[in-house]
Every structure is written in structure tokens, then in C-alpha cells.
Design a protein around this ligand. Structure first.
Ligand SMILES: Nc1ncnc2c1ncn2[C@@H]1O[C@H](COP(=O)(O)OP(=O)(O)O)[C@@H](O)[C@H]1O
Ligand SMILES: O=C(O)C[C@@H](O)[C@H](O)C(=O)COP(=O)(O)O
Length: 338
């Protein structure tokens, strides 16, 4: 069953909106950030990681972003070019805004945290003049990353993408992507997540993120009520992630599909969501059944939580398929389907 109709004539598979930043992950991990002394630099930013993930899977991605006008802006733009991601809509900030830096703390296999340096972040300088309808109409779908809604002018730019996508018949994927640091009030979160989720065809988020999106609408909804509400607002697929407990996709025909994570030795607690999103969306773009999209996303997520980085570790199609086969051989058929 195909829940999303993609226009196969369009040259880009997915155009994303949001931050391209830099991750600094400790090389001397399993200790506090205070104690760590050595860090490895990676491309970062959830939507940027997703774009790299899809590019590694052979998809063609476009991206609307602002980056800093410095060597880090060069680094991330060149990284995208090497991955085959279009950079024609990646523009430089003009007033000295700096690219976001994310210092991560890998305390243990189970416990990680991230420390985001985002004062005058370059990505939040994306403006409505950076967004053009022609680019959107050339993409099979767009993805809006929720943090892009946290501050103007990026907020209005992301909403412009949302409305132009509806105007051009371009499916909208909303990755809720809650990062507390960036928001000034919980009400603003409810307002802007509510607007975006209400315009989306596919919504991806954790339980906490859906609670934030629904806080001004109907607080305290459970997963089924959450899915039913957003289906009523037009969403075709609502994916609710529960970390190591797995994830469920609710489709607007009343079905739901659940999957548990694939067993793996975890190194860090972040990165899973970006690996999950890129591989899940790959399956959707390929026209796969939802359960197969979930399995692919879950397998990729497991590979990411077992890796030191995010973007750099994004797997190829063969890597994910081999890992799924390995798990099925080791743990039995459909090990992760519940
Ligand atoms: N310990 C784990 N082992 C294997 N897979 C995991 C583990 N934790 C998370 N994942 C996978 O990563 C996915 C996304 O993780 P989650 O924490 O829910 O989202 P996010 O990383 O966006 O916060 C999960 O649905 C699951 O498939
Ligand atoms: O999204 C960010 O700005 C930080 C990411 O680059 C970082 O790798 C991360 O936290 C990924 O988190 P996920 O949502 O668990 O994939």
C-alpha cells in the first residue's frame, strides 16, 4: 500500500530545510564533557545528517540552509558536494553569524547528552528570500526539521516551504526534532509544531516530541489518540519512536506497524533518529510497504547508535541489508517485528 504519491518526474528525491552544523564528539568518551580533552569533528545537524544518509542510499537531495561565511561554512558545503547533495540553495551569512557547534557527551553506552553552542546560529538566519518555489517543485518531497521553526527569520522561511509545498503538490515530511536550547517558550513550541504537523503528510517524532506538538491542542494523548488526531489533520503516516523500545507507524487507513530495535552493542545514545529517518524515507521513496520502511530505518538506527559519528557513519543500502540478514540469521526471522 502506498500512502504517499511521489512525482517520479521530479529530479530531487528530497529537499530539506534546517540546520547544517558541526558535531564535536569526544574521542576519550565514557567520561564527562568536563573530563574529555579530545574531540573529533564531524558534519552535524539532524537534517544535514538525514540528507547525508539519503545520499549514501543513492537518493538526490536538495537543501535550503544558511551557513557561516568562514572555514566551517566551507567544510560543510564541501562535505555536501562530496556526498552529491545539491548546494545551490546553501547561502552564506552576511553579518558574522557562526555555524552551530554541538559538543556531545558520551557518558556510557546508555547515557549521552549534547551541548549546543548556537548563539546567533547561522542556520537560523535562513530567510524567506532564500526559498524559491521552482526548487521545491523540482523535489518529490520536502522535509522540515522542527528546530528551523524555533526562531525568526528561519521560522518564516520554513513556513514558506510548508505552504509552497502544499501549493506545488509536494509531500511534506515533518521531523519534529525537538532541541530545548533553541526555544524561548513552550507555547511557541506548541504553536509552530502544531502548524507544521497540521500541514504534514508524514510526521516523525518521539513520544515527548508529540506531547510538545499537541500541548495546546489536546494534552496527554496516548500514541493511538496522537496518530488519530494528526490523521484527522491530514497526515497519512504518523511515526512514533520510543528509543530502545522501538517504534510504531500509524497509517491513515487505521493500520499500525511496530518494530523493535535490532540488537547491537550501543556506543552512544544519539544518532539513531537521523539514521532511522533517512532509511525510513528511503523505503518510502522506493515505494516499499511501511513495515519494510520501519525495518530499514530501525536497522540503520542501530548501526548509528553503535558508531562514533552520525553523518560519517551513515550506511549504504548493502550495509543495512547485510545487517538485517545477519540479525535474522542470528536471532531468527523477523527478529524485530512485533
Ligand atoms: N539501544 C538501542 N539499540 C538499538 N537501536 C536503538 C537503540 N536506541 C535507539 N535505537 C533506534 O533508534 C531509533 C530512534 O531513537 P530515538 O531515541 O527514539 O529517537 P532520536 O534518536 O531521534 O531521539 C529507535 O526507534 C531505534 O530504532
Ligand atoms: O541535531 C543536531 O544538531 C546534533 C546532531 O548532529 C547529533 O548527531 C545528534 O544529536 C543526532 O541526534 P538524533 O536525533 O538522536 O539522531
Amino acid at each position: 500500500m502506498k500512502y504517499i504519491q511521489f512525482d517520479e518526474k521530479r529530479p530531487y528525491d528530497l529537499t530539506l530545510v534546517g540546520r547544517i552544523t558541526i558535531d564535536l564528539n569526544p574521542v576519550d568518551y565514557y567520561r564527562t564533557l568536563e573530563e574529555s580533552t579530545t574531540f573529533k569533528k564531524y558534519l552535524g545537524g539532524s537534517p544535514a545528517n538525514i540528507a547525508v544518509g539519503l545520499a549514501r542510499l543513492g537518493k538526490k537531495c536538495g537543501f535550503f540552509a544558511r551557513v557561516s561565511d568562514d572555514r566551517f561554512g566551507d567544510y560543510v558545503t564541501d562535505y555536501f558536494r562530496r556526498e552529491g547533495i545539491d548546494t545551490s540553495r546553501i547561502r552564506r551569512c552576511e553579518h558574522g553569524e557562526k555555524i552551530g557547534l554541538t559538543f556531545t557527551e558520551i557518558l556510557s553506552e546508555q547515557e549521552s547528552s549534547i551541548l549546543m553552542y548556537r548563539n546567533r546560529a547561522a542556520d537560523l538566519q535562513l530567510g524567506v528570500s532564500d526559498i524559491d518555489e521552482e526548487y521545491i517543485s523540482g523535489s518529490k518531497a520536502v522535509l522540515i526539521s522542527g528546530t528551523a521553526l524555533s526562531e525568526s527569520p528561519s521560522r518564516e522561511a520554513a513556513l514558506k516551504v510548508l505552504f509552497l509545498a502544499r501549493k506545488t503538490g509536494t509531500p511534506v515530511i515533518f521531523d519534529i526534532d525537538y532541541r530545548e536550547y533553541n526555544w524561548k517558550s513552550k507555547d511557541e513550541i506548541g504553536v509552530y509544531y502544531g502548524i507544521a504537523a497540521g500541514q504534514a503528510d508524514v510526521i516523525l517524532g518521539s513520544r515527548e516530541e508529540y506531547d510538545l506538538a499537541g500541548q495546546l491542542i489536546r494534552p496527554g494523548m496516548d500514541d493511538r489518540e496522537t496518530a488519530s488526531y494528526w490523521h484527522g489533520r491530514g497526515a497519512k503516516i504518523v511515526v512514533i519512536k520510543h528509543g530502545k523500545e522501538g517504534s510504531t507507524a500509524y497509517t491513515n487507513d487505521g493500520q499500525n506497524f511496530s518494530i523493535r530495535p535490532f540488537p547491537i552493542k550501543k556506543l552512544k545514545g544519539f544518532g539513531g533518529g537521523d539514521g532511522y529517518a533517512s532509511a525510513f524515507l528511503y523505503g518510502l521513496l522506493e515505494g516499499w510497504d511501511v513495515i519494510d520502511c520501519l525495518e530499514f530505518g530501525s536497522a540503520s538506527a542501530s548501526l548509528l547508535v553503535a558508531s562514533h559519528s552520525c553523518a560519517d557513519s551513515m550506511p549504504g543500502v548493502g550495509d543495512i541489508k547485510n545487517y538485517i540478514d545477519e540479525c535474522k540469521q542470528r536471532y531468527g526471522e523477523l527478529v524485530a517485528r512485533v
